[in-house]
Design a protein around this ligand. Structure first.
Ligand code: FES
Length: 121
């Protein structure tokens, strides 16, 4: 079972291949933003990967990171599966952005349908 460390919060056992956004929300209990419900359309679920940055990336994530000029700066937690130990810094929470809610709850599967490619950076 992989371990997820969320900076400033703690370390948690996570079911292998769980969506990172859900692991942060449910396992770590952090009010991470996910405004588009995990469809790689908003970038509010962004995290900084401190350890264990996955080698692959969905095409949808790369498109959004390029659009927001975030390539190399952040990853989208809705597009990442917890396949191994990771340490992350959550960049946008309900509290930090002053939102009234985090957005609709993402499904257990990566959406839109995940097409993984090798990370280009
Ligand atoms: S990009 Fe919107 S929740 Fe991940």
């Amino acid at each position: 079972m992989p371990e997820l460390e969320v900076e400033g919060v703690g370390t948690f056992d996570v079911d292998e291949d769980r969506r990172l956004v859900l692991a942060i929300k449910d396992d770590a209990g952090v009010n991470i933003m996910h405004s588009c419900e995990g469809y790689a359309r908003c970038s509010t679920c962004r995290v900084e990967m401190l350890e264990g940055d996955p080698e692959d990336m969905t095409q949808a994530e790369l498109r959004m990171l390029e659009m927001r000029d975030l390539v190399g700066e952040a990853r989208l937690s809705c597009q990442i599966l917890v396949e191994h130990d990771m340490k992350v810094r959550v960049l946008m929470t309900v509290e930090s952005v002053g939102a009234s809610d985090p957005g609709g709850i993402p499904t257990e599967e990566v959406t839109p349908e995940a097409i993984f490619d090798e990370r280009p950076y």
